[in-house]
Structure formats: C-alpha cells, structure tokens
Design a protein around this ligand. Structure first.
Ligand SMILES: [Fe+2]
Length: 302
C-alpha cells in the first residue's frame, strides 16, 4: 500500500489552480479528441492516475468549466454512484469532528445550507443557496488557476470552484482541491455574511497590490485565516478555516499545532507547507475579534 492511501491529510489547500486552457483545444480545426484525456494531467502518483474511467470523467467535468459562461446555470457534473458513496463516507468521517471542533458560525451555516448527505450536491444548487444567504456565488474551474486570479475573483463575490471529487481509493486524502474541500470548506463558510465579507475584502486588497511581495503576504494571510483560522469559543479552540473544516484529519490534529496569538503581521510573513498537516495556527480571542481585527488590518492596507 502506498503511504498516501493511509494519510488522512488533505493536500489541497494551496489554491494554486492551473488554468487548463493550454492543454484543451475545443476548436473545430483541432478537435484534439485523443488529447482530451490529457486535459487533466494527473501526476503519476495521483490516486486516480491508473483509472481510465476516472480520468475520462475528470475530463468531462473539466469541459463543463472550460465551456462555462459566467452568469449562466452551471451544468451538473456526471458523478457515479460510487462517487456519491465517497461523499457520504467523507461526510460521516468529518461530522463528529465538526461537532467537536467547528466554530458556531460554521455550524449555523451548515444547518442553513442543509447539504445532502447521500449524494454530492451540484455546484448550481449550492451556489444558489449561498448566494441567497451572502451574495457570494460559485463558478466552476477545470483545475488549478493562478493564486492571483483565484483571490481577485473574491472581490467580485465569486468563488472559483473545482467540481470533480477525489479518487475513491483515498477517501480522506486528495492531492488537489476537490468538490469536498470547496463545498464543506469554502461554500459553507461563504454562506456566513462575515466570512463572505472577509473573502471580499481580501480580494479587493489583492486587486490593489502591485508588488509580488505584497501579494505573497496577502496569500499567506488568506492561508492562516480563511483557510486555516481558529478562534476561541467558550474556552475552546474552534475552527473557521476551510482547510481544517473540510478534513477530519486536520480537525483531529488541530490541537497539536503551535497555536499563536492572532498576529496578522506575523501570519503574513509566516511560510507554510500545503502538503503537511499545519503545524502553526493563528488563534483569535473570539470570532468577533477575528472579524474586526482582520477587517481593520485589511482596511489599513488600502
Ligand atoms: Fe481552499
């Protein structure tokens, strides 16, 4: 057994989403049908690398994103019954961890969104619910897009969202963002008015950055707050970060991290490794203070 199959870590938090247009030609001149199997260029160690059926489905889902026109309804992804079962398996693994470790705001949003347990919800239905609650909407992307494109879209209330699910052989591991991370992490938190607002604020400030250094500091700030933030609630440490909330393994490991005070300047300079459980987390004294301090910090960067 490869060591990856036993890892419960989601290695998917880089949000470095490569635009696949370069490798996917939909023009009549070059139908490139045989090349379409290469739209998703899975690494040889990817759990789905040797599964031709999985790769074909990944490509058909990628095609939805590549042909998607913003503002129109997102076509449904063709998930198999095995993939719906995979979603259910992951939900069942993460549910008790949410009860123990998720912040109150997340649990309230989870209830409002009422995501189905027995099937992967389609992006179109989740996007409609999130939009009705906070104004944010989801738009599909084929795979990885650049961090700047990803973060800037937040300013417009758009979350660029992958639609495929990880390979069934590794239910608690994915080497890239997948629909589980996007929905259980980002979509649920984007249903929160305050977390949606923070996402927009980060996007707006990113749009104003000119230097690479300033951009990288904002990327790290996003990482240590929106992706991996924790707060104190009733003397306990609770997660509001999407990378934590979409992974049973990350939630279980959260208390072993080096919990640092909510020092946003420090967080913006702290390096991280997206391929490991996060050893450093920044903890705000409360959700309210997290919201206020992050808002103040971002406003002052303008
Ligand atoms: Fe993420």
């Amino acid at each position: 057994m490869s060591n990856k199959t036993s890892v419960t870590l989601l290695l998917d938090h880089g949000d470095m989403r490569l635009v696949a247009n370069d490798t996917f030609d939909t023009s009549d001149e070059n139908p490139g049908v045989s090349e379409r199997n290469q739209v998703i260029q899975l690494d040889p160690d990817h759990p789905g690398f040797r599964d031709a059926e999985y790769r074909a489905r990944r490509n058909s889902i990628a095609r939805i994103a590549l042909e998607y026109k913003p503002g129109t309804r997102i076509p449904d992804a063709p998930y198999t019954s095995r993939e719906h079962e995979l979603w259910q398996t992951i939900r069942e693994a993460v549910r008790p961890e949410h009860r123990r470790h998720a912040c109150a705001d997340y649990l309230a949003c989870m209830e409002k969104l009422d995501l189905p347990n027995d099937r992967i919800p389609q992006l179109s239905e989740v996007s409609a619910k999130v939009e009705s609650l906070s104004g944010f909407r989801l738009e599909p992307v084929a795979g990885l897009v650049s961090p700047r494109v990803f973060l800037e879209s937040l300013a417009d209330g758009v979350f660029l969202c992958t639609q495929y699910i990880r390979h069934h052989s590794t239910p608690l591991y994915t080497p890239e963002p997948d629909v589980v991370h996007e929905l259980l992490g980002h979509a649920v938190t984007l249903a929160s008015k305050r977390l949606a607002d923070l996402n927009r604020q980060v996007g707006r400030v990113v749009k104003l950055t000119r230097s690479q250094e300033a951009f990288e500091r904002l990327s790290r700030l996003y990482w240590f707050t929106i992706e991996f933030g924790v707060v104190r609630e009733n003397e306990e440490i609770k997660a509001y970060g999407t990378g934590l909330l979409s992974s049973a393994g990350e939630l279980q490991k959260m208390h072993s991290a080096d919990l640092r005070p909510f020092d946003l300047e420090g967080a913006s300079r702290q390096e991280y490794d997206p391929t490991k459980f996060q050893p450093v987390l920044y903890c705000a004294p409360s959700f309210d203070q997290m919201y206020q301090q992050l808002t103040d910090y971002l406003v002052n960067l303008n």
